[in-house]
Ligand binder design. Structure first.
Ligand SMILES: [Mn+2]
Length: 420
């Protein structure tokens, strides 16, 4: 019997706070160690291995050490890019790892005659066939699926795994309505296992012609919302799949990285001083030593502003009593006297997009491409580009030229963007 491990959304480098970063890297290392221990034949990473396309080199170094554990045992790693691994006009860390032979990038599309042909990789030891589609920018991989040559993939015989990094329309929960997804019919039929990434919630599904669609969820936590779920008791980890000519077993292997405490407070009807005291008094009764504390404060304050509550002091108090870290979510705390309001429950990319969609109609523009959905997409892409910093050693002039060029391409005023 052969075995492979399927993981996704490790988001290495997502956390800057030293304790969280240590836990994050440790959970990845623990996962790699477990893969070796379980005697897997290969590992499949379905996107968002890193939180950004060009991560901190310390994070890369640590991740590399963990991945070398597999290399020492001759266990290959296959990967596709997630939406976070993408860099708009540069080389991503995944490309470097691919070049160095640490992992194999499965997504090497061939574009011809308006179609997209995917190569099928055959894992040497097991004979398993692997194909996959990387994510692109925010949801734009759906264009890949539009032109994908499914027939040639469906015609392949043997044990087949399809890797993807997208939500599936038919499985989309209502609260993720902002998220771009692909319809299940866009994925080739008849594969033995559909290895998913992108959805930060573990799930195993079966949809017509697609028997095993699996999302392992984040390996650690990408966003605050993930931290909240982990603190509430949601376990993180990866899938271990046993197969011969078909899948025999699939099981979730937990990688527990911290003990969490979750506390929730409704501040409605209290003023900011009272709310602060209520939270502090309650937390005094909670054992936080060695734990990661996640606090969610919501409601409408009767007096004062949310920013009047000294969350810094609350956090410092918890850390002083031995908490590994205190994460405070007050996105849904508002007050009668202020109109402080932020959207909740959305990841930053989705939040940006929903704000852009809302605002795009308020600006009068001449070009059709800046209106509506396309306008919002262009806006999101521009924001993404403008976040890039100058590269080490890059002159101000070169940086400016690079940004202007990228901006022009994003706005479509310098020829059409290539599909690659
Ligand atoms: Mn992700």
């Amino acid at each position: 019997m052969h075995k492979f491990a399927h993981l996704a959304d490790a988001h290495l480098g997502a956390h800057r706070e030293p304790n969280l970063q240590r836990l994050e890297l440790h959970s990845f290392d623990a996962a790699m160690a477990k893969c070796v221990e379980a005697g897997v034949d290969f590992v499949l990473i379905c996107g968002d291995l890193f939180h950004v396309g060009i991560p901190d080199l310390g994070v890369v170094d640590s991740a590399l050490k963990s991945m070398m554990r597999l290399q020492k045992h001759g266990i290959p790693i296959y990967a596709i890019y997630g939406s976070h691994d993408y860099t708009p006009n540069g080389t991503s860390v995944i490309d470097i790892l691919n070049t160095a032979g640490i992992l194999t990038n499965l997504f090497r599309p061939g574009f011809s005659g308006g179609g997209l042909k995917l190569p099928v990789f055959i894992d040497e030891k097991t004979g398993a066939k692997l194909a996959g589609i990387s994510a692109r920018k925010i949801g734009l991989e759906s264009r890949y699926y539009d032109i994908l040559d499914r027939a040639s993939l469906e015609a392949e015989d043997g044990f087949k795994v399809f890797a993807f990094h997208s939500g599936i329309t038919e499985l989309k929960p209502e609260q993720l309505s902002e998220m771009e997804t692909v319809g299940i019919d866009m994925l080739p039929r008849g594969f033995d296992y559909y290895a998913g990434g992108h959805i930060h919630q573990r799930g195993e599904y079966r949809l017509d012609g697609h028997d095993r669609i699996v999302f392992p969820g984040p390996l650690f936590t990408g966003y605050g919302r993930d931290l909240e779920e982990t603190a509430k008791g949601e376990r993180r980890g990866f899938y271990l799949v046993e197969f011969d000519d078909r899948v025999r077993t699939q099981r979730f292997v937990p990688v527990d990285s911290f003990a969490g405490v979750f506390r929730e407070y409704d501040a409605t009807g209290r003023n900011s001083g009272e709310a602060g005291r209520m939270i502090s008094d309650d937390l005094k009764r909670v054992d936080v030593d060695g734990k990661l504390v996640v606090i969610r404060v919501y409601g409408v304050l009767a007096g004062g502003k949310p920013s009047d509550i000294d969350f810094g002091a609350i956090r410092a108090g918890l850390v002083g009593r031995g908490a590994i870290h205190a994460y405070i979510n007050r996105n849904s705390l508002t007050s009668k006297e202020s109109s402080e309001r932020t959207a909740q429950g959305l990841d930053p990319a989705a939040l940006e997009k929903s704000l852009l969609r809302r605002e795009v109609g308020r600006v009068s523009v001449s070009s059709e491409s800046l209106r509506g959905e396309r306008g919002a997409e262009t806006g999101a892409e521009l924001l993404r580009l403008l976040r890039q910093q100058a590269k080490l050693g890059e002159s101000k002039r070169d940086y400016t030229a690079r940004m202007v060029g990228a901006g022009k391409r994003a706005l479509g005023i310098e020829g059409m963007e290539k599909l690659d």
